[in-house]
Design a protein around this ligand. Sequence first.
Ligand SMILES: CC(C)(COP(=O)(O)OP(=O)(O)OC[C@H]1O[C@@H](n2cnc3c(N)ncnc32)[C@H](O)[C@@H]1OP(=O)(O)O)[C@@H](O)C(=O)NCCC(=O)NCCS
Length: 166
Amino acid sequence: MCSAQWTHLANLTRTVHLEPMTFDVLDAVMVIESQTHSNPWQRRQFDDCLNHGHHARVLLADGVLSGYFVAMMGYEEVHLLTLAVTPDHQRRGHARTMLKALAAWSIEQNARSLWLELRVSNARAMHVYQAAGFQKIALRRNYYPTPDGLCEDAQVMCLTLGVCPT
Ligand SMILES: CC(C)(COP(=O)(O)OP(=O)(O)OC[C@H]1O[C@@H](n2cnc3c(N)ncnc32)[C@H](O)[C@@H]1OP(=O)(O)O)[C@@H](O)C(=O)NCCC(=O)NCCS
């Protein structure tokens, strides 16, 4: 086998699994958060989510914490509050894996829909969410601050989960 093929194989992820986000992984989560968001969450926001018992998972790829999401249960609906994948592990299907797991968990909770909002400029994430079945629902005007001190609209998106088994 040539060296290029070995390099390709070395880049493949062998095991991917999700675990509950706990306080002791928040240092690693904060590194990814600061690498991936122009206005990253503060650590206390993750603390608050864990203290409130929100549904928070980290994705481990070959044992390395490579992504995470936090979601909040509402009445018959779930809200995805944040989701990210570390830059050098993007485009390997990790976001898709987390969205599938979140949708399955939401159905187990008897939720009928999964909601999120994101910056209208975030074309990459918009594409990933649309590929997962989310639909554009509405805009929230001037919802997010931008680094230059202005504001940006939020796109509200929804995934209909269908009728849950009784
Ligand atoms: C948006 C974000 C979460 C997407 O994460 P990701 O893990 O790169 O997304 P996925 O890999 O699941 O996306 C699927 C894409 O990967 C490709 N893919 C899936 N499996 C793959 C594999 N094994 N190898 C290579 N590519 C693969 C898919 O073909 C798809 O590509 P396409 O979009 O060109 O069709 C990530 O870019 C990110 O963290 N951005 C910053 C934070 C952010 O914007 N979060 C969302 C708003 S809160």
